[in-house]
Every structure is written in structure tokens, then in C-alpha cells.
Design a protein around this ligand. Structure first.
Ligand code: TK8
Length: 357
């Protein structure tokens, strides 16, 4: 058919082609810059808020000005649960919820928040950035979400208005706000607290009106959310490690060009180290500031941590079954290997090993 076109016919086809593609472009021409709203629960000056600014600056550069991030901080776009839902439905472009709230759809995310699982930040980084953590992110597209990277929320510490928590006996009857995650609710109840799950956006008011006695969050959050105004006692418990997962709506993701998707991934990957640095440096500064603001600080001794983990054994059994043995075993094997390698590399143990030979 094509070969039979006359010169005039060909010209007409070409002309029509140009005309229609120009019309199509005019009708559906994407705006030069697309704005992606990124909702977070924390304040703009939190490590999370600062990381959004860093991510946005890098994205602007890598996407050559075609993508712009609009920060919606302090719960303006909703709470962790409602924002994730909005992403799934394409009503919001991006968010960064605590991993524990993703457990309603993908139970494995709870494993990150199991009490006293990670001993330090290096362990959390290695597990989340390694195969185990990346496998979890790879399950998110089934739920209409793209997981770009793990930011740090941090090791969680307790605050309350009732009394200093110096030992586990002091937990009894303290009404503690928890995140909306059944494993955490069961864990806090098992330890003697009266757990009250609640979205983060309601926490300050609940503390202020004594609807709950306490809450638990990393130090930068206790500072930037001004919980010190309504909480007297701070307990350095480091009981749960918390990660924020940087998410994009899959609906939105599919509308981006390959170049834009790559720019998103690169900017996210590069923002990770920055966010964790700000979070960790911020923790030390926050502790000093919270003390200066008059909070009374106690600590849960490491020996108690072991005892607490033992008390939670059957809670863990219940959720291990939910999450699946394979995921839990893989996590503990990876942690075990890392600890063995670390111990072998430690000078004291290396020396002891050499002396034995
Ligand atoms: C902020 C939350 C918060 C989390 C919580 O949206 O709910 O306590 O620790 O930081 O993700």
C-alpha cells in the first residue's frame, strides 16, 4: 500500500501526520515542570523535612527542571496511613511513612520494628540497604507503591508525664501512644503499658490533654514536634529502630519518563546518606536541648533489654508466623553473620584468637 503512494499522496499523508501530531501535542502537552507533592508527618526542620529539601534539590538537577517537589510537612497532607492510601489512589504523589504502618499491606515491614532487633545504626543500614531490605521494597509495586529508599526515623525513646521509667516495673499502667501496628500494640501491652494506637498527627494534642500519658519516638522528633512542652520524663530505651520508607504513587510513577524515573532513583539514593547523617547528628544535639528544656532523663539498662525481648517471645512467635518464617530467618541469619564478622574483626577477639594458636 505504502509503495503505491504518489508524490502528492505522500505529501498529504506527511502533512496530515504533522498536523495531527501537533494537535495531539497541544492537547496533551505535559507542562514543562511537573509538581510532585511529598507529604510527611514531621516538621520541616526535622531530619525528614531537611531530607526532602535535599532530595528536591538533587531531583531538580537530575530531572533538568522537569520535576519539582512540593513539601507538605507536619501532617498537612494526612497521616502515615491516610497518605499511603492517597498514593495508592493517585491522589498524592509521594510520602515517607514509618515502616510499621506499611505492615497492614505487607506484613514483613513489621520486622524492622521488632523491639531490640538492631543493636546499632550500622546494623540497620546494612540490613535495609542489603538484599533483605531491598527485597521488601520490591514487594511494594503489588500494592500500587514504588519504594525508593530507606531514610532513618531512628531509635525510639519513650517520654511520659507520669513518672521516670527506670525499670520495667515502672511501665505498669502508663497509657502509651503507639504507632498503628498490631505487633507494636501487643508488645507494649505485654510489657505492662496500656497501648493506645493513634496517628502521629494526633499525638501532641493527646499528650497535652492527658488523653494518653506518653509516646515514643526518636529524639529529633521529640524536639521538633515540641513534645517536651507536654512531657516531663524522657527514657533512653532505644527499644525499637524505625525507618522511613520514601514512596511514590505507582500511578504517578508510570506517567514519568524513563529519564525522570532514573532521576528520582538517583536523587533518592543520594539523599539517604545525608538524611541519616542529619538524623544521627540531630539526635545528640536534641538530647542536650531536651535536657536544657527541663526534661528528666533516665535510661533502660542494656541488661533489661534482653529481659524485655524474652518477655516478648510469644508476641514475636505470633507475628513471625504472620510475616513468614523465611523472611524472619533471613533477617536473623544476616544479622548473625554481620555480628560474627564484627566480632572476628574486633582487636580484643583477634588477639585472643592469636593467643590460642
Ligand atoms: C511521622 C511518623 C512518625 C512515627 C510515629 O509521620 O508515628 O510515631 O515515628 O515519625 O512516621
Amino acid at each position: 500500500m505504502r509503495a503505491e503512494l504518489t508524490g502528492a499522496g505522500l505529501a498529504l499523508v506527511l502533512l496530515l501526520g504533522i498536523a495531527t501530531s501537533a494537535a495531539a501535542q497541544a492537547a496533551s502537552a505535559p507542562p514543562a515542570t511537573r509538581t510532585l507533592r511529598l507529604g510527611i508527618g514531621l516538621a520541616p526542620e526535622s531530619p525528614q523535612g531537611k531530607a526532602v529539601a535535599e532530595f528536591a534539590a538533587r531531583l531538580d538537577r537530575y530531572a533538568k527542571g522537569t520535576l519539582r517537589i512540593e513539601l507538605q510537612a507536619s501532617g498537612k497532607a494526612g497521616n502515615d496511613v491516610t497518605m499511603v492510601k492517597a498514593l495508592q489512589e493517585g491522589r498524592l504523589e509521594m510520602t515517607a511513612p514509618d515502616s510499621s504502618t506499611l505492615a497492614t499491606m505487607e506484613k514483613s515491614f513489621s520486622a524492622i520494628n521488632y523491639p531490640f532487633t538492631f543493636l546499632n545504626e550500622a546494623e540497620a543500614d546494612a540490613i535495609l540497604d542489603g538484599e533483605w531490605g531491598q527485597r521488601l521494597l520490591a514487594r511494594l509495586p503489588q500494592h500500587g507503591l514504588i519504594g525508593l529508599t530507606y531514610w532513618e526515623n531512628g531509635f525510639r525513646q519513650m517520654t511520659n508525664s507520669r513518672r521516670p521509667l527506670a525499670a520495667t516495673a515502672d511501665f505498669e499502667g502508663v497509657r502509651m501512644r503507639t504507632m498503628q501496628n498490631p505487633m507494636l500494640v501487643d508488645s507494649f501491652n505485654r510489657l505492662g503499658f496500656a497501648a493506645v494506637p493513634m496517628p502521629f498527627t494526633q499525638v501532641y494534642e493527646a499528650l497535652r490533654t492527658n488523653a494518653v500519658d506518653g509516646q515514643e519516638n526518636p529524639l529529633p522528633t521529640i524536639l521538633t514536634s515540641r513534645f517536651y512542652e507536654v512531657q516531663k520524663y524522657l527514657t533512653l530505651s532505644k527499644h525499637v529502630y524505625s525507618a522511613h520508607v520514601l514512596l511514590v504513587s505507582q500511578k504517578v510513577w508510570n506517567e514519568l519518563t524513563t529519564d525522570q524515573q532514573l532521576a528520582m532513583r538517583t536523587a533518592a539514593a543520594e539523599s539517604r546518606g545525608y538524611e541519616r547523617r542529619v538524623s544521627r547528628e540531630g539526635s545528640e544535639a536534641a538530647l542536650a536541648e531536651l535536657k536544657a528544656k527541663g526534661m528528666v532523663v533516665t535510661a533502660i539498662p542494656r541488661a533489661d533489654a534482653e529481659r524485655i525481648r524474652n518477655r516478648l517471645r510469644d508476641v514475636f512467635d505470633k507475628y513471625n508466623a504472620d510475616i513468614g518464617a523465611a523472611t524472619m530467618v533471613e533477617l536473623y541469619v544476616a544479622l548473625g553473620q554481620m555480628r560474627t564478622a564484627q566480632a572476628a574483626a574486633s582487636p580484643a577477639i583477634a588477639k585472643a584468637g592469636a593467643a590460642q594458636k
